[in-house]
Design a protein around this ligand. Structure first.
Ligand SMILES: O=P(O)(O)OC[C@H]1O[C@H](O)[C@H](O)[C@@H](O)[C@@H]1O
Length: 479
């Protein structure tokens, strides 16, 4: 590590605290495997002026659809209540809680990864296995419409037909939340046909209910899905804001409707995102989580060929956040000829399977650790077998807890990566809740825009999936 005396005094290296979310870039600064002090200082200086440009009138962030969305939605809710988009999300989800036992969310890419990430991060890890009472009457939730796996589709249709194991009025009732901005994705559109047909079959057993009441669409203002759900008579048809690209839409009804069905605090998601905006706009560069995250990752890509960007998550609940970020970054960088490859590792599991310490040659990973400081549940001690049984040799650790072991594992992994010549950063979540998640989503979206702008790329350009889509249709004999 650098002696802090060698750093520009204007940019002292320190651990940054934002409300509660923190970023520590020190593992990216190293004369042997990381950035030099002058690269770091110059980068931060550049980022200061980039931030200014991005936020100025006509700037990329100021003009983007996603950046102002949290406050716009909260203000509209404040003044228009149930007439606002957020009000309609709440009314729909709250109105259905006692009429549904399961919701299937159909969508792909940016239309599904965010909702899935919220569920995994904030709900009980075995949410769908809990009784209705233990779920607080919130529905079970399944995600589909993002694959072409016959067995998985069949199994979900079968699971839905089985209903709940409980005996109550809503035990077998389920609904369809269909999320697609374009209404054009084959995987989702096929699933809509199949799940709609299955839902229709359940209707005769629901006197007084209509099919349209159990279909919850989130889509653009026109298109094939829009036409279909209008024809069905669905009310409301929630909007993907037209100026928000699918991969930046997590904090719109795209992610908020599934979150509201699950009873997650949507207001706190938006408030957390607003807090991140404010922090990004006002915090000095040496205290700025967004700018430092961009600086570390972009400068490593540039100066150290850091071509594999690993989101190294230390809580299983955050794996889907990593996958959401993979899509955000890779699609936003689709126009770059030499972009980085984003990957997610769930540790310590993947440390035992992917040989990520390989020194020299091959790809050059940068490990961004996503660390949870305080788990929601009480620390579990290693414990002892009792009596004189110490065959496993763990008695010396008996009083240590899983979080203490985890902290040692993170330090152990960082030491091993540094020894193998791989830089690291630590992004530390105080805990996992909706406010923190809102901060995190917004941080990563802003960071992506800043980084692409620094590279001279348009972050809102085409996603790069067009050739796959065109070729698939060609092989199906379609033009
Ligand atoms: O919301 P949709 O129009 O269904 O698009 C869903 C997804 O489709 C493709 O995968 C695009 O590459 C993604 O950028 C998009 O998020």
């Amino acid at each position: 590590m650098y002696d802090t005396a060698s750093l520009d005094p204007r940019f002292p290296l320190k651990k940054i605290a934002l409300s509660l979310l923190q970023f520590d870039p020190s593992g990216a600064l190293d004369p042997d495997f990381g950035l030099t002090a002058s690269q770091w200082n110059e980068g931060l200086e550049t980022l200061q002026s980039l931030r200014h440009d991005l936020l100025a009138a006509g700037g990329l962030l100021a003009e983007s659809g996603f950046y102002g969305l949290p406050i716009e939605q909260l203000e509209a809710y404040e003044s228009q209540r149930e007439q606002s988009e957020l009000g309609r999300v709440f009314a729909l989800a709250n109105g259905m809680h006692d009429r549904l036992d399961a919701v299937v969310v159909l969508g792909v890419g940016g239309s599904s990864l965010g909702g899935r990430a919220m569920m995994e991060a904030c709900c009980h890890p075995y949410h769908n296995e809990l009784s209705r009472g233990a779920r607080g009457s919130k529905p079970r939730m399944y995600f589909a419409g993002d694959h072409l796996d016959n067995d998985v589709s069949s199994a979900l249709l079968h699971r839905l037909a089985l209903g709940s194991c409980e005996y109550n009025q809503v035990a077998s009732r389920w609904g369809l939340c269909v999320v697609s901005k374009s209404g054009e994705r084959l995987e989702t559109a096929v699933a809509v046909r199949q799940f709609l047909a299955a839902l229709e079959q359940t209707m005769p057993g629901r006197p007084g209910d209509s099919l349209a009441e159990f279909v919850f669409p989130v889509t653009g203002p026109s298109g094939k899905l829009y036409d279909l759900v209008q024809q069905l008579g669905c009310q409301p048809i929630l909007a993907v804001p037209p100026r928000v690209e699918s991969r930046f839409s997590v904090l719109s009804p795209v992610g908020l409707l599934p979150a509201a069905f699950l009873g997650l605090d949507c207001m706190q998601l938006l408030v957390g995102a607003m807090a991140m905006n404010k922090h990004f706009e006002t915090a000095a560069v040496e205290d700025n989580v967004v700018l430092q995250f961009v600086a570390a990752n972009h400068l490593l890509a540039r100066h150290r060929r850091g071509d594999v960007r690993v989101m190294s998550v230390w809580s299983h609940a955050l794996t889907s956040i990593g996958q959401w970020y993979e899509q955000l970054l890779s699609e936003s960088a689709a126009g770059c000829s030499a972009g980085v490859l984003p990957l997610t590792m769930t540790n310590p599991r993947d440390l035992h399977s992917r040989r990520p310490n390989r020194p020299g040659g091959g790809p050059n990973p940068v490990f961004n650790n996503l660390i949870v400081d305080r788990f929601r549940t009480d620390p579990l001690a290693v414990g002892s077998h009792g009596g004189n049984q110490n065959q496993d040799g763990l008695d010396d650790l008996a009083d240590k807890s899983i979080p203490q072991l985890g902290a040692a594992a993170i330090r152990g992994a960082n030491d091993a990566w540094h020894a193998a010549g791989h830089p690291t950063t630590d992004l530390i979540l105080p805990t996992i809740d909706t406010h923190v998640l809102g901060q995190l989503f917004q941080l990563l979206m802003i960071a992506t825009v800043v980084e692409m702008h620094w590279q001279g790329q348009n972050p809102f350009g085409p996603s790069g999936s067009a050739p796959y889509i065109t070729n698939t249709h060609k092989h199906l004999g379609r033009t």
